[in-house]
Design a protein around this ligand. Sequence first.
Ligand code: CMC
Length: 375
Amino acid sequence: MSQEPRPYYPGLDGVLAGETAISTIEGGLQYYGYAVRDLAEDATFEEVAHLLLRGRLPSEEELADFEAILVEASMVPDEVINFMSTIPLHVNEMDVLRTTVSALAHWDEDPSGTSNVTKAERLLGQIPILIAARYRQRMGLRVLQPQPDLSVAANLLYLITGDEPSPTQERAMDVSLILYAEHEFNASTFTARVVTSTLSDLHSAVVAAIGALKGPLHGGANEQVLRQLQEIGSPNNAEAWFRDMVGDKRRLMGFGHRVYKEGDPRAYVLKDYCVRLAEERGQMELERTAEIIERLARDTKGLYPNLDWPSARLYHYLGLDVDLFTPLFVASRVSGWCAHIIEQSQHNRLIRPRARYIGQTGLTFEPLSERESAE
Ligand code: CMC
């Protein structure tokens, strides 16, 4: 084996770890060649999910078929809903989602014979049901059935809150789902690709990806953003809170990005929807607090918002509880994960990198009876 020193990049920063035709960040984020800005302007999440899973935007007829498939796919076995009700109520919602997605695999028809696209469509339909059912079980509310004539975005809001959203609320949720859907080799997607590369199954890869997304440096950041904003309380406290945060060397959640060093373009798109919803709900004070924090972060730390910064406020204005925020990220990103799982399966090579060894070598083995304890 070669002993030549190899370059090492902590956190795999800047490393090209594979090839993909699904999305690129170069020249502005694009899904299969379409600017995400354009998709967020004119498309629906269903069109984007079709694009990600099938590699092209649907015609009107194809979209109608795809929507019908998602409605049919949204059936969750009663056994899974009943099992979910036995999970202790204090358990983190991402943990519950991870466990119940794993449980769904046991009821997936013919798991070895079904194509990954079909499994992906089922999960896309089922995950909103799991998120909403768990929320309503926890709140002691009746679990609702999806309405076949509502979009994924509208159904998500309806199933959770029990109210059909206004057109502005529906569009705001839809745009957040479009922006969250796919982002190249982010940590959770890479996790899904690693699992797939061992020839494991789609549910295993998605379950692992949910685990990776949960962390506060990744998808879990959107929940922490709202908690920090609530900690600040009002625009008057923002400057003092920011100074303390810097002094205590805490991370400002929803800011900074491994790839976007001068701002995440997705964050600017969603900010407009935040302002619209905040105005509608008379919550402009929170927008003013956010504005002050944005200015301080940029001017004093050179830090810019990422997508989790506006999405946390957006979901809050939509009347959603904070512990639903990262599960909602899953409801969208599952489309991107599955696109990568499908692509990885089609061009597979086991993902198995090397490590730079920094431990000891050449130690003399002593039998157990002769070994002294470390103290
Ligand atoms: N607050 C305070 N300091 C920060 C932040 C932040 N949010 N982000 C980066 N820095 C500082 C960091 O302390 C470090 O400073 P120094 O060199 O003095 O030690 C420097 O910037 C580089 O940080 P890093 O952690 O090495 O950079 P990275 O590219 O590994 O980090 C990140 C990317 C997203 C983990 C980081 O910016 C972060 O922790 N942000 C807060 C959590 C967050 O919002 N995550 C969501 C990420 S994007 C969407 C998603 O995946 O959901």
